[in-house]
Structure formats: structure tokens, C-alpha cells
Design a protein around this ligand. Structure first.
Ligand code: NAP
Length: 328
């Protein structure tokens, strides 16, 4: 395969995250934002103008049928990920789909089987997994320099202006803190500690019927545990703190995006803070990986695998059952 091949991207849904992604795509070698689609032609055109894209559509279907596109980035609210992804996969387009991959494990399984049948690439856009500081932490833990993990604490909280129609609070759009941001602390636990043996969870369900905050406690073998929290009603530290036998690793705020890492070793009075010098929003790293996978003709990521996405959605389903949150 020619590693100089230009990869033509399409963006489906021109909302907030789509702008961040399009900005970072400019920093991905051999990436070309070829076309965008919105439910409104005006919006698609304006988005296209912002990023020098001359092909724009007023239906997502038209984008999915464009023969010049190699891969489509899906940036719609969670409840639409499943139908959008299935449509793109059926039209033989590779897909990078925003988190959460879909609303439940059944949908994710169907997306994966459709990708396999269509023989096209599919990946959940869990961008944190590809960020340099996060890869560093995973490797450092693996080295066992600080011994085994005892506990993990991770949170994600911000105060979202209340809007019963917006996707954060609107149940019809898959609202709630868990699916929107609780997914990051849960992913930290999954990627650092694996799938837990026991899950406990409690939430505050607000007036729109979705969780405004969610506290989760995961238990693993040998007394290892993870305390996780998400909220859309207050700003919280949004850190991940890993206590090990011989020290502590803190992924500094905000841990899910490009950040720094502080390491305190037992017996040493000084901590060490490691910076990673990322100058983009951080979405370029997942996009670079997708392009590498496409050039290798892969249908599944070697990092954010189908198994990881399935485990993540199963964790989310499990927590939702515990807090009694059910979507239509
Ligand atoms: N990776 C990250 O860091 C990150 C950050 C934020 C969000 N996300 C994820 O990205 C997804 C989108 O989030 P966002 O913050 O970009 O949302 P947003 O600003 O509301 O944009 C979502 C877009 O989806 C399209 N859409 C299609 N049907 C819609 C409907 N019935 N109602 C509203 N929008 C509809 C709209 O695009 P058109 O009008 O152009 O069709 C809209 O602009 C979510 O799943 C979220 O979890 C990820």
C-alpha cells in the first residue's frame, strides 16, 4: 500500500465536535476533508467554507453514497450513531464514530457485524486512548516501576447551562452525564484495570429524566477498586489519580484531553511533572491511527478494538441498569 495515498474524509453532522475534528484534520498528513453533510444545506455550506471544503450535502445519505470518500466521521448525538453508522457501512464507507459508540450493546454488536459483513473499517472515536500522555501512562504502569495498582480515582464534571432541548439534558437525544462524560472515567478504569468483577452505581436523576450526576464504584481482584464520578451540574477536577504500591500517577486536569502527568515516587520528596507539548485539540492522533489502519486494509483498530468498545458499552449498560436509567 502506498503510504502517501491521500485519504478523503467526510464529516456527518456539523455540530460542535465536528468543528474541533475538522480543525485538527488539517494537522494530519495526507488527510483531505473532502465533503461534509448537515441536515441543512446552509449549515453544510458554511461549515465547508470554514475548512475550504467544496463538496457539501444536505442529507447524510448523500454523503454516505459519495464514491470519492474513504472514511466518514460521525458527529451526531449518541442516539443517531447506530443508524448513521449502519448506513455508512452499508454504503461501504469506513467509519470513525463519536463516543458513546451507540446507545447499548445490542446496537454496537450490530454495527460490528455490519462492518465485518461489509468488510470495512469501523472504530469508536475514543480519542483519549490515542493521546501521547495517556499512552505514556499506560506504558509506565505496564513497566511496573511503581508496582501494582491499588486504586484509581477519576472524575469528569462541568456545569452545562440547563437546556431541556439540548443533547446534554434531552432524554430523546441520549442526554445525561454518564453517556456524555462518565464514559471517560469508565474508559480509564477499563483501559487501566480491565473489566471489573463488581459494579456499584448511584445517580441523581434530574427533571428531564436523565442522570445529572453518576457515582460508580468498580471492584477488582485483590481489593483493587476504582471510584468514578461524572456530573453536568458542577465543575470538578477532572483528573485521574492512580495509587500504586510504590507511588502515585496523576493524569492532570483535564485527563481525557491533551494534558500533563505528575508522578510521585515513594520516598522521594519531589514530584515530577511531564509535559507532552501537544499543540492541537488532540483529535489528530485518532485520525492518524484511522488512516494507518486504512492503509493496512484493516477493518478493526489494533488499539480501540471491537472488544474494547463492546466492554465499554457493556459497562455503560450495566451502570445504567443499576441507576434505573432507560432510554426508548
Ligand atoms: N470526543 C470528544 O471530545 C467529544 C466532545 C463533544 C461531543 N462528543 C460526542 O460527539 C457527539 C456530538 O456532540 P456535539 O457536542 O458535537 O453535539 P452538537 O453540537 O449538538 O452537534 C450534533 C450535530 O448532530 C446533528 N444532528 C442530527 N440530528 C440531530 C438532532 N435531532 N438534534 C440535534 N442535532 C442533530 C446536527 O448536525 P447538522 O445540523 O449539521 O445535521 C448537530 O449539529 C456526541 O455523541 C458526543 O458524545 C465527543
Amino acid at each position: 500500500m502506498n503510504s502517501e495515498r491521500i485519504i478523503n474524509w467526510g464529516i456527518l453532522g456539523c455540530g460542535k465536535i465536528a468543528h474541533y475534528f475538522a480543525t485538527d484534520l488539517k494537522h494530519v498528513p495526507n488527510a483531505n476533508l473532502y465533503a461534509v453533510a448537515s441536515r441543512s444545506l446552509e449549515k453544510a455550506k458554511a461549515f465547508g467554507n470554514d475548512y475550504e471544503v467544496s463538496t457539501y450535502y444536505d442529507t447524510y445519505e448523500a454523503l454516505s453514497k459519495d464514491p470519492n470518500i474513504d472514511v466518514i466521521y460521525i458527529a451526531t448525538p449518541h442516539v443517531f450513531h447506530y443508524e448513521n453508522a449502519i448506513m455508512c457501512l452499508n454504503n461501504k464507507k469506513a467509519v470513525l464514530c463519536e463516543k458513546p459508540f451507540a446507545m447499548n450493546a445490542l446496537q454496537v454488536k450490530k454495527m460490528i457485524s455490519t462492518a465485518k459483513e461489509s468488510k470495512v473499517f469501523l472504530m469508536e472515536a475514543l480519542w483519549t486512548y490515542f493521546l501521547p500522555h495517556y499512552r505514556y501512562v499506560l506504558d509506565y504502569i505496564q513497566s511496573k516501576e511503581l508496582g501494582d495498582i491499588k486504586t484509581l480515582k477519576a472524575d469528569f464534571g462541568f456545569r452545562a447551562p440547563f437546556d431541556s432541548h439540548g443533547r446534554v439534558f434531552n432524554k430523546k437525544l441520549g442526554g445525561g452525564s454518564l453517556l456524555d462524560i462518565g464514559i471517560y472515567p469508565l474508559f480509564a478504569a477499563l483501559s487501566i484495570l480491565g473489566y471489573p468483577e463488581e459494579i456499584l452505581a448511584q445517580a441523581t436523576i434530574g427533571k428531564t429524566g436523565v442522570d445529572e450526576d453518576c457515582a460508580m464504584q468498580l471492584h477488582y481482584k485483590n481489593g483493587v477498586s476504582a471510584s468514578l464520578f461524572s456530573t453536568v451540574t458542577e465543575e470538578t477536577a477532572t483528573e485521574a489519580i492512580i495509587e500504586l504500591e510504590k507511588g502515585t500517577i496523576t493524569i492532570n486536569s483535564q485527563f481525557h484531553k491533551p494534558s500533563s502527568v505528575t508522578i510521585v515516587k515513594e520516598g522521594k520528596s519531589k514530584s515530577e511533572c511531564i509535559e507532552f507539548g501537544v499543540t492541537t485539540n488532540g483529535y489528530n492522533f485518532e485520525a492518524i491511527h484511522v488512516q494507518e489502519m486504512l492503509l493496512q486494509n484493516r477493518t478493526e483498530s489494533t488499539i480501540m478494538s471491537f472488544e474494547k468498545s463492546l466492554q465499554l458499552i457493556e459497562l455503560l449498560d450495566n451502570v445504567r441498569n443499576k441507576i434505573g436509567l432507560h432510554y426508548d
